[in-house]
Design a binder for this molecule. Structure first.
Ligand code: FES
Ligand code: FES
Length: 151
């Protein structure tokens, strides 16, 4: 076990965990930030997506020892009141079905919009490789376009 100070959602958090503990489990088990989900554990599904310095990363394969002073943002820290343009568009278009994959989808979409404010369908498909077993991809695309109008 070792101690780590992590900058998450603008606050410093101290945790004591094994060096190879994936960030996902530090978030969920040590810090009770359970908006980030476990799906596959092998960097395939995207349910565990968070931001590392504004870039979308899959936290199930990111060891806590690799984070250092980099800035982590989780779905809990994406906006103060759940009012990020993507969160509003998601609600407006009723995107979610079971909801399990949706935090990861929104985090991936938020990272995309930071660099590509008005993405095409192709750019969305290239950037959002998260899996949705409920088949909400069409609504996800629409909601990203909707959110991009406020950029
Ligand atoms: S749980 Fe991390 S990509 Fe599936
Ligand atoms: S909404 Fe159910 S897995 Fe995506």
């Amino acid at each position: 076990m070792a101690k780590y100070t992590l900058l998450i959602n603008g606050k410093q958090h101290e945790v004591e965990v094994d060096a190879d503990t994936p960030l996902l489990w530090v978030l969920r088990d040590s810090l009770n930030l359970v908006g980030t989900k476990f799906g596959c554990g092998v960097s395939q599904c995207g349910a565990c997506t968070v931001h590392l310095n504004g870039f979308a990363v899959r936290s199930c394969q990111l060891p806590v020892s690799a984070i250092g002073e980099n800035k982590i943002t989780t779905i809990e820290g994406l906006s103060e009141n759940g009012d990020h343009p993507l969160q509003k568009a998601w609600e407006e278009l009723d995107v979610s079905q079971c909801g399990y994959c949706q935090a990861g989808q929104i985090m991936a979409a938020a990272a995309l919009l930071q660099r590509t404010p008005n993405p095409t369908d192709e750019q969305i498909d290239m950037a959002i490789t998260n899996i949705c077993r409920c088949g909400t991809q069409v609504r996800i695309r629409k909601a990203i376009h909707e959110a991009s109008k406020s950029n």
